[in-house]
Write a protein that binds this ligand. Structure first.
Ligand SMILES: Cc1cc2nc3c(=O)[nH]c(=O)nc-3n(C[C@H](O)[C@H](O)[C@H](O)COP(=O)(O)OP(=O)(O)OC[C@H]3O[C@@H](n4cnc5c(N)ncnc54)[C@H](O)[C@@H]3O)c2cc1C
Length: 511
């Protein structure tokens, strides 16, 4: 008898979702995680006394467009989502505005501040909400060769697809220019779309902006206690069904005999057997754990890119004070702090030349405004995500250039909130090198692989592996950001993979 029905390599949120569904379907599940805690890029710890920092993703948006929380009864297992509303505060430093969950309020306030732009926002939502919903549906199922066609057809609402298709294949910067004439409105929307990686000028990137209407549908949320509240609840859900979760348990090898996955060997030499193995690590980590003859060239040739963001996490003794923003609203949502579109392109240009951005646009997060467990009563957490930062630098190394990059992020933020640096009592600087070394995110790519069209849907991680099965090895499955629908806190890959595995391993199949 094997030790488990299903061994799960890695305990990122996607792998935990797969494990939880498999355990609920009656499979005996064992999860093995390299780090000292579960969650991977969705985990939280008290890193400065009194201050809890997320290690990775913070804004829970896409997972709320899936049925995962309900189906796995995660509320019963301790997950408590706090609404973040206003969802975004947008600012060039002089004229802030807010995106509320309620589109009507957003449109009204925009129209008051920037005449004509509220109407444009309303038109944008009307035009693209059907498309955004079609994309969310495609995320929640295994990818197929006709996905692009489905997206276009469902989004069309009677429009001619000959006209609709080129609109979807444009760069998202062009989409923004079609709707918004005022750069103070346009630039923050473009900056939010840039969070997936590709710059605003990339052809085929329009969907990164066109799914913006989804924010109004699902909202932005935070698990109480930090992002890791999600993965802690997933762990409890697995254990409640008899599953076992091991931390500090790095997998060294996936054991394969005669084309069949047999189990795993840990770094410490212990071996565990199973009917099947699913890996939720970066696909290059999975490949490295396999005998070389089972690793096709396509697996080695996936495009990871050269990093793209870094984050400065600060513990502050006082609350953040913005120069021009209305308190406390400005501290609640994601701060899309960008002077203009040129600032994004300049950062991207420096990145292409192998240099850390000198004046980065920022996403500022001070979620202690919605969750008092993150910081002492007088203080704040302040996390500043910035782009773009190469993993491989043209000169120097991350050891020698971290201080300069940190200083540039802080200086960029003080354009919006001067004096912040005087209130810093602790910090964590996460460079692309840090993300690679500590979270296993190869070359610092938080999405595992580049989110460009040639690596999305059926092309992720590569065509023959896109159905969550490793080609050429029976009983070896894939999940995680390296697979469809890619990076971000969503869990859809975990659920899609579970559906395949449960169908294969149980008589009852997926219900
Ligand atoms: C700084 C940062 C900010 C982000 N912000 C956001 C955000 O606000 N909103 C959003 O939606 N997304 C955000 N993201 C992206 C999102 O968090 C990730 O894309 C997503 O969490 C990836 O999850 P995953 O389960 O697919 O993989 P991962 O989280 O990468 O999980 C892989 C797991 O495998 C483990 N592992 C690796 N090697 C081994 C081994 N040999 N043996 C056993 N285990 C192993 C790792 O330790 C890890 O736990 C952010 C990411 C980062 C890093």
């Amino acid at each position: 008898m094997p030790d488990y029905d299903l061994i799960v390599m890695g305990a990122g949120h996607n792998a935990l979702v797969t494990a939880a569904y498999a355990a609920r379907a009656g499979l005996k599940v064992g999860v093995f995680e390299r780090r000292h805690l579960v969650g991977g890029a969705v985990s939280t710890e008290e890193l400065v006394p009194g201050y809890r920092f997320d290690y990775g993703g913070s804004a829970h948006i896409l997972i709320r467009m899936t049925p995962i929380v309900r189906e796995l009864e995660l509320t019963r297992h301790g997950l408590h989502y706090l609404e973040v509303d206003p969802m975004f505060h947008c600012s060039d430093g002089e004229t802030p505005w807010f995106i509320h969950r309620d589109p009507a309020r957003t449109i009204r306030e925009l129209e008051e501040k920037f005449p004509g732009q509220g109407d444009a926002y309303g038109r944008f939502l009307d035009d693209w909400t059907p498309f955004a919903r079609a994309v969310a549906d495609l995320f929640n199922s295994a990818p197929g060769p006709l996905d692009l066609g489905k997206m276009v057809m469902r989004s069309g609402q009677g429009k001619d697809w000959n006209e609709q298709l080129p609109r979807i294949l444009r760069p998202y910067g062009d989409v923004a220019r079609e709707y918004f004439t005022d750069e103070r409105v346009r630039a923050p929307l473009v900056w939010m779309a840039a969070q997936s990686g590709p710059p605003p000028s990339d052809p085929l990137s329009a969907p990164f902006l066109l799914w913006h209407p989804l924010y109004h549908e699902g909202g932005v949320a935070r698990p109480k206690g930090g992002s890791g509240g999600l993965t802690k609840a997933l762990r409890r859900a697995i254990e409640a069904e008899g599953g076992e979760v091991f931390t500090d348990a790095p997998v060294k090898e996936i054991l394969v005999r005669d084309g069949q996955a047999q189990g795993i060997r840990l770094e410490n030499g212990e071996t565990y057997t199973a009917r099947a193995v699913v890996s939720g690590t970066h696909v290059l980590t999975t490949a490295a754990a396999l005998p070389d003859e089972y690793v096709p060239a396509a697996a080695k040739n996936v495009r990871v890119g050269n990093g793209f963001g870094m984050i400065l996490r600060l513990a502050l003794s006082e609350k953040v004070k913005y120069r021009h923003h209305t308190e406390p609203d400005s501290r609640v949502g994601l701060g899309l702090l960008v002077k203009n579109e040129r600032q994004i392109m300049q950062g991207y240009g420096e990145y292409l030349a192998g240099q850390p951005t000198t004046d980065p646009p920022l996403v500022a997060m001070s979620f202690s405004a919605v969750d008092d467990s993150l910081a002492p009563p007088q203080g704040d957490v302040l996390w500043l995500w910035a782009q773009y930062y190469p993993f491989e630098l043209a000169s120097g190394s991350w050891e020698t250039r971290t201080a300069e990059a940190r200083e540039n992020i802080l200086r960029a933020f003080e354009h919006y909130a001067p004096g912040t640096r005087d209130t810093i009592v602790g910090e964590l600087v996460q460079t692309p090198q840090w993300l690679h070394d500590h979270l296993g995110l190869h070359r610092g790519n938080v999405m595992h692989l580049e989110m460009s069209f040639d690596q999305m849907f059926s092309f992720r991680p590569w065509m023959k592996a896109s159905q969550y099965r490793w080609p050429g090895i029976r009983g070896l499955y894939l999940t995680g950001a390296s697979t469809h629908p890619g990076g971000g806190i969503m869990g859809a890959s975990g659920r899609n993979a579970a559906r395949v595995i449960v169908k294969d391993l149980t008589r009852r199949g997926w219900r």
